[in-house]
Design a protein. Sequence first.
Length: 122
Amino acid sequence: MRSRFDPWLILSLILLAGIGMLGTWNGINDLQDAETRLQLAACTAQVGYGLLSLIAIPGLLLGWRGLKTILRLWLVAISITGGLAPVAWGDASAGTGIAALILTFAIALAIIWVVRRAQVAP
């Protein structure tokens, strides 16, 4: 039985809610400034990971079996955003974009690890 205070669950909810709200809000706001296809792709991926973060919250709380799939899609979307954003918006090189993608992927894996620690068994 899960105790009332689960620090992994609290941390997971804070991370998912924060990333979800910021990703969705900023992605939607950046869409109006997108001038290139690369910027549009980065915004779309950003809105995608934001919404997936928010969808993951009830999945975590209710023990959805599909949470693993949601987190995999989230990992892809947030990694794509991390790699595209510096190239699309900051005129960085492709090498910088790849390095940013790898770093974003590693950080996202750490967040998934936290969420999996808190996950209620289906």
